[in-house]
Design a protein around this ligand. Structure first.
Ligand code: NI
Length: 174
């Protein structure tokens, strides 16, 4: 297993739409193991394959207690409801945090690494993590979803000070 390099804001890999995962190969299992290790190393609670430069529809997410990690292949939101605003950050934009309004609950369909179809009903933090990570598969970053004035402030700060490489070690970066 290896810790992979997390792509940072400005890297074109973060803006591409990812391709569906096909067959589960040993290479794919190795990618999942590396992504899991990378997520732990970065103290994140979710990581999407495009964040490590792999253009596949694949995410890893920690469970509610942050103990086990689940890999979701081709995750898709099939139902959603409510609305809730909460603070968010991203391992690819270290040092930036802002409130993001998202659905309060989501129903996600995906496939497990063993090929089992999964249906996940999530609310709270888990719903937020799933929406954030699935956005990454479409090249969408959380700052695209914040208030335009806040977004401008974040962009100006990055331009002026650069990204704070040490700042990803924060409890709530995805
Ligand atoms: Ni992120």
């Amino acid at each position: 297993m290896a810790v992979l390099k997390v792509r940072k804001y400005g890297d074109p890999a973060l803006r591409r739409s990812a391709t569906p995962v096909g067959e589960v190969t040993p290479e794919l299992r190795a990618i999942i193991a590396d992504m899991t290790e990378t997520m732990y190393d970065e103290v994140g609670i979710g990581l999407a394959a495009p964040q490590v430069g792999i253009p596949l529809r694949l995410i890893v997410v920690a469970d509610e207690e942050g103990r086990a990690v689940q890999a979701l292949l081709n995750p898709a939101i099939v139902d959603r409801g409510g609305e809730v605003t909460g603070e968010e950050g991203c391992l690819s934009i270290p040092g930036a945090f802002a409130p993001v309004t998202r659905s309060a609950w989501v129903k996600v369909e995906a496939r497990s690494v063993d090929g089992t179809p999964l249906t996940i009903d999530a609310r709270g933090l888990r719903a937020r993590v799933l929406q954030h990570e699935i956005d990454h598969l479409d090249g969408v970053l959380f700052i695209d979803r914040v208030d335009p004035m806040v977004r401008d402030r974040i962009k100006r700060k990055i331009k002026k000070e650069g990204l704070r490489e040490d700042a990803s070690r924060h409890a709530f970066a995805l």
